[in-house]
Write a new protein. Structure first.
Length: 201
């Protein structure tokens, strides 16, 4: 399986990163070794600025290429909560030099994933999600604010890369990204339901 992540998909986050609003989806990938399920996260020693990015995650349910936007909803059945961990200090250096971001984004365990819920139970265009750290709210978002909808993202990515069953699409983070530290307890919520718990060691 592969993990596809969408960047700058919420205007307020693009603003806090001092990035331009994209005119088409921006994406990058993480390998399957980035996935972290229900285990503690050990802070890597190559970064001094590890940032959380809470994101809604689509689980691809059938293979497709060149998927038309109007049919994209048929390619995922479940939505969950994940974190796109980012070594912000390293990413800043990569950006400065115009280099790829993998070192900052695709390292081992950089993609914690929680439980999934069936999409039928949700109003796709109005899903709220939230990250709490040590019980305090740090990031709040709603799918209403997506620049590129889930369907648009699936359609766009599948022009370049065949999607396969089990692939995950991290759909972008809202504003409020910030540093995590050893001892932090992260909790991810979708419409108020806790789907992800993660301790930083
Ligand atoms: Mg992200």
């Amino acid at each position: 399986m592969k993990i596809i992540c969408i960047g700058r998909n919420y205007a307020e986050h693009a603003k806090e990163m001092k990035s331009e609003l994209p005119s088409e989806p921006v994406f990058f990938m993480k390998p399957d070794t980035a996935l972290l399920k229900e285990e503690d996260f050990y802070l890597p020693n190559f970064t001094k600025e590890l940032h959380h990015e809470i994101e809604l995650v689509l689980k691809i349910s059938k293979a497709g290429k060149h998927i038309e936007e109007q049919f994209a909803y048929k390619y995922y059945e479940e939505i969950g909560i994940g974190i796109d961990f980012t070594a912000r200090d390293i990413q800043a250096k990569c950006k400065e030099k115009g280099l790829p971001w993998e070192k900052a984004k695709a390292f081992d365990n950089s993609a914690p994933i929680g439980k999934f819920v069936k999409k039928e139970s949700l109003d796709i265009n109005n899903i709220s999600f939230e990250l709490k750290i040590n019980g305090e709210s740090r990031q709040k978002g709603t799918s209403k604010d997506l620049i590129f909808s889930f369907d648009k993202v699936i359609s766009y990515v599948s022009k370049f890369i065949t999607l396969k069953t089990g692939d995950l699409i991290y759909t972008g983070t809202p504003e409020g990204v910030g540093q995590v530290n050893i001892g932090d307890k992260l909790e991810g919520f979708l419409n108020g339901e806790k789907l992800l718990t993660l301790s930083i060691k």
